[in-house]
Each structure stands twice: as structure tokens, then as C-alpha cells.
Design a protein around this ligand. Structure first.
Ligand code: PBG
Length: 328
């Protein structure tokens, strides 16, 4: 394929009007591809805003149900649920409790908003008192004992009605452990969206306020990937696919456009990209100062993520985009 030559070829000919530009657009963004993350907390009537994420709030189950109704009304097809338990302990008991915060939310949403797709984050960091994504031994997360807890957590979510479980812990072997547990329980229809290439990223900062999940010592670099590695990201994705992942996620999104592209090209699997809390906070902060046009920057960044190859985008802007924040 080669472009024609000037003056026979003039790129500007197809940029003359909005209608022409739209006609030949290569990449489109549809609300059908967006997932809205929500933070569920104990209590009733609770709506606590998250300081570093303007427009995002922790919601109790009743308020989460109301929010889900609004999301479904504007066409958002899916939510990704994060739970903050009543009590945290070293072994993340709240995570595997069949009547815990996420199972309760799932049952309530399923009843009130039957058509909404329910995704759940499967991880221990919101449930451990030390804030790490697994059980600790000798000052580090112990991989294999953590797998049993993650499988039990995924099972609790699936039994309560999750359509897709999304392990975000980055333990080795967790996708296989979860798939085996789901299948053994007859839940073969529940899909796994693995956080396959998840970098150890400073862009998760605001999330840890929203999920109350900051590590109380150290950091997550012994389990999340080094941000410098693209080839390793492909190995991580390959492993998750072999273990049974149905959708593979790359995270964070804009700092990983190259990885999104490579994963899509190499595997041809459904690829999700997570536009994370820090990406959201940067846009919000600049927009609040009048330094950026929020609607345009959001559209441009989501289009870039799509252009890179993502099929699904998890974004805190999902509701706003669906409400028509976008302007032509
Ligand atoms: C849990 C988890 C995190 C995010 C999603 N699941 C935080 C982390 O790994 O510390 C980050 C999402 C965001 O920043 O929006 N492990």
C-alpha cells in the first residue's frame, strides 16, 4: 500500500467537513466497549467521595445498585466491582466470605439490574491488614498459599452471580487455579479476564485511596511487572491464555499502548485495557485548572487505546462518556 503523490493525492480532501472526516474514521469508540469500575463499602446510604479522584465515590451496596441503574440507563454495559470489607486481617478473610461485600453487592445488583454485566476484581489487597495482594511469609507475598485464597474468592464471586472474574494480584499460576476451582464447582460458564500484563505502576496511586489498599510496608514490585519490560508482558499474556484466560488485560493503558498493540497482534484474543486511577486523576486535575479540555482529552485518549488494539476499555470516565460528554 502506498499513498498517491501530490498533487494528485491531497490528504486534506477528506478532512474538509465533519461528515467526511467521520465517514473515513478508522477507529470508533462505542459505549458498548466500556466498563465502569465501582468501589463498594459496608453500610447503608454511604457515598464517600475519593479526594484524588473527583467524581468517584465509595458507595454502599444500596447506593451501588442505584448507580448501576443509572449506568445501565445511559448504556454502560458492564461494571467492575472492588470491595472494601468491614474488617481486614492478615489472611484476607473478607475476600473469601460467601456473604462478604462483593457477593452481597452482586446479588443486589443482579436482582435490580438483571442485564448489566458484572465483573469483579479478584485480589486480596483490599482485604488484608498489610495491604499486600497475598499472604505474607518472611516479608514477601507467598505465591502458592495465596492461590487457594484467590480461587476461593473467585468462587464466592461466581456463586453470587459474577459474569467475569478478574484476578489482579499477579501471582504465578492464579488463572489456572481459578479456572480449576470454577470448573470443579460447575461454573464452567463464568469467564476470566486476567490482569495479564500489569505493571508495577505509580499511576495506581489514587486507586489505593479509593480501595484503601496501600501496602503498609514495601511495594508491589516482587509480583507486579517491571514497567521497562515489553517482551515479558507477552510471556505473561501467553501463560494466562494457556491457563484459561478468556480476556487478557493490559494495565495501565496509555503508558502501555505498545504492549496493547503487541498483545493484540500476537494472540488475537479479546484485549482489555485499564485506564487507571492516575490517568483519570491527571485529566481531572488539569481540566479543573482549565489547562485541558476534559471531554476532548478523554475522547482522544480512549481512541488512542482503541487504535492500539484494545477491544474493551475499563475507565472511570465510562459514565461521563455514555452521558455524551463527547462533542463532535
Ligand atoms: C488491586 C488492583 C489495583 C488496581 C486494580 N486492581 C491496585 C494495585 O495493584 O495496587 C489499580 C486500578 C487503578 O489504579 O485504577 N491489586
Amino acid at each position: 500500500m502506498s499513498a498517491g503523490r501530490f498533487p494528485a493525492y491531497r490528504s486534506r480532501r477528506l478532512r474538509r467537513t465533519d461528515a467526511l472526516r467521520r465517514l473515513v474514521r478508522e477507529t470508533r469508540l462505542s459505549v458498548e466497549q466500556l466498563v465502569q469500575p465501582l468501589f463498594v463499602v459496608p453500610g447503608r446510604g454511604v457515598e464517600r467521595s475519593v479526594g484524588s479522584m473527583p467524581g468517584v465515590a465509595q458507595l454502599s451496596v444500596d447506593r451501588t445498585v442505584e448507580e448501576c441503574r443509572r449506568l445501565a440507563d445511559v448504556g454502560v454495559p458492564a461494571v467492575l466491582l472492588f470491595g472494601i470489607p468491614e474488617r481486614k486481617d492478615a489472611r484476607a478473610s473478607g475476600a473469601t466470605d460467601p456473604d462478604g461485600i462483593i457477593p452481597s453487592a452482586l446479588r443486589a445488583i443482579r436482582e435490580a439490574v438483571p442485564g448489566l454485566l458484572l465483573l469483579t476484581d479478584v485480589c486480596l489487597c483490599e482485604y488484608t491488614d498489610h495491604g499486600h495482594c497475598g499472604v505474607i511469609r518472611d516479608g514477601d507475598v507467598d505465591n502458592d498459599p495465596t492461590l487457594d485464597l484467590l480461587a476461593a474468592e473467585a468462587l464466592a464471586h461466581a456463586r453470587a452471580g459474577a459474569d467475569i472474574v478478574a484476578p489482579s494480584d499477579m501471582m504465578d499460576g492464579r488463572v489456572g487455579a481459578i479456572r480449576r476451582a470454577l470448573d470443579a464447582a460447575g461454573l464452567t460458564h463464568v469467564a476470566i479476564m486476567s490482569y495479564a500484563a500489569k505493571l508495577a505502576s505509580a499511576f495506581y496511586g489514587p486507586f489505593r485511596e479509593a480501595a484503601e489498599s496501600a501496602p503498609q510496608f514495601g511495594n508491589r514490585r516482587s509480583y507486579q511487572m517491571d514497567a521497562a519490560n515489553g517482551d515479558e508482558a507477552l510471556r505473561e499474556v501467553a501463560l494466562d491464555i494457556e491457563e484459561g484466560a478468556d480476556i487478557v488485560m493490559v494495565k495501565p493503558a496509555m503508558p502501555c499502548l505498545d504492549i496493547i498493540r503487541r498483545v493484540k497482534a500476537r494472540f488475537g484474543y479479546p484485549v482489555a485495557a485499564y485506564q487507571v486511577s492516575g490517568e483519570y486523576a491527571m485529566v481531572k486535575a488539569a481540566a479543573a485548572r482549565g489547562w485541558l479540555d476534559e471531554a476532548q482529552v478523554v475522547e482522544e485518549s480512549l481512541l488512542a487505546i482503541r487504535r492500539a488494539g484494545a477491544d474493551v476499555i475499563i475507565t472511570y470516565f465510562a459514565r461521563d462518556v455514555a452521558r455524551g460528554l463527547r462533542r463532535p
